[in-house]
Design a protein around this ligand. Structure first.
Ligand code: GUN
Length: 293
């Protein structure tokens, strides 16, 4: 076992601080008679999605957001789902709407995302939200990448001029992550399944964000000495063990900071969902952000 030198970024603790800030913000809003409200829609019975949706409801309760969960059967048609979203879009009490992904195969996920009112798009997946992000204008930032930036900030490093390598080009993580890193003036490389010499590219990185969904595919000797390593992956091995996209043990002997799995990026996503819901509540109602948000 290599000697570990990296400091571990405690995502659970950071997420708890974000949620505490959100809870204070919600308390301030409630004093003004404003109760932020998040509606979560789950279609079907995907076990992982059920867990996530339950966690989102629990997080709402904890910070004082009114959480409403719509559990729809797998037989729900695309039209029925779009009709529900239309109703939620028109409800003045609803600040945030989220459809848990993946949706069943007979439903087009793009149509679902496009049907959301961008002002209520707390996931930040709507093309409008993504366009605003790309235009460097204020809008809903996708929760996981926003959480990753916060974890990088926790290390105290300044991203300006740093070489950052993002592995993965999904719309949910990789692409928005690259945009957020660019906004912080990092020099950003986005790698994916067709990238040649991935190890050599990763070795140039002072900051690595791994979001490919392949267990421990980023090897320890790919990591430059002193790099900050953010692992977005959540993969279950045959023996039930949860691991990230990075070989944590090996990478720890070279990195300066690294996120664990579980307890790294994972808890940040829901914390930032809560934060986005409060931001949406304020923007929609034309009220100032509460202090500390
Ligand atoms: N499925 C996996 N991650 C997410 C997420 O962040 N939001 C939604 N809506 N679905 C997901």
């Amino acid at each position: 076992m290599p000697e570990s030198i990296a400091k571990v970024i405690d995502g659970k603790a950071v997420a708890a601080r974000v949620r505490a800030d959100v809870a204070r913000a919600v308390a301030e809003l409630r004093e003004k008679g404003v109760v932020p409200c998040l509606n979560v829609v789950l279609v079907g019975e995907d076990p992982a999605s059920q867990v996530y949706v339950r966690m989102k409801g629990k997080a709402c309760d904890e910070v004082g957001i009114r959480g409403v969960t719509h559990r729809l059967p797998v037989s729900t048609t695309e039209d029925e789902l779009l009709a529900l979203l239309k109703t939620l879009n028109a409800d003045p009490e609803v600040d945030g709407i989220l459809v848990q992904l993946p949706v069943p195969d007979h439903i087009d996920p793009d149509k679902v995302t496009d049907a959301l009112d961008p002002a209520r798009d707390v996931d930040g997946f709507h093309p409008f939200s993504l366009g605003m992000l790309m235009s460097d204008r204020p809008g809903m930032e996708p929760c996981t990448p926003a959480g990753c930036i916060r974890l990088i900030d926790e290390t105290g490093i300044d991203l300006k001029g740093r070489n950052a390598v993002v592995i993965g080009r999904s719309l949910i993580v990789g692409k928005p992550m690259a945009m957020l890193l660019l906004r912080r003036h990092a020099t950003v490389t986005v790698c994916h399944s067709r990238t040649r010499n991935l190890a050599d590219v990763v070795w140039t990185a002072e900051v690595v964000v791994a979001a490919v969904g392949r267990p421990q595919m980023v090897k320890g000797d790919w990591i430059r000495e002193g790099a900050v390593v953010i692992d977005v992956g959540v993969n279950r091995l045959a023996d039930g063990k949860l691991v990230g996209d990075v070989d944590f043990e090996a990478a720890s002997s070279r990195a300066s900071w690294i996120t664990p799995v579980p307890g790294g990026v994972g808890p940040m996503t829901i914390a930032y969902l809560m934060r986005n819901t409060v931001i949406a509540a304020c923007l929609r109602r034309g009220i100032d952000f509460p202090s500390g948000l």
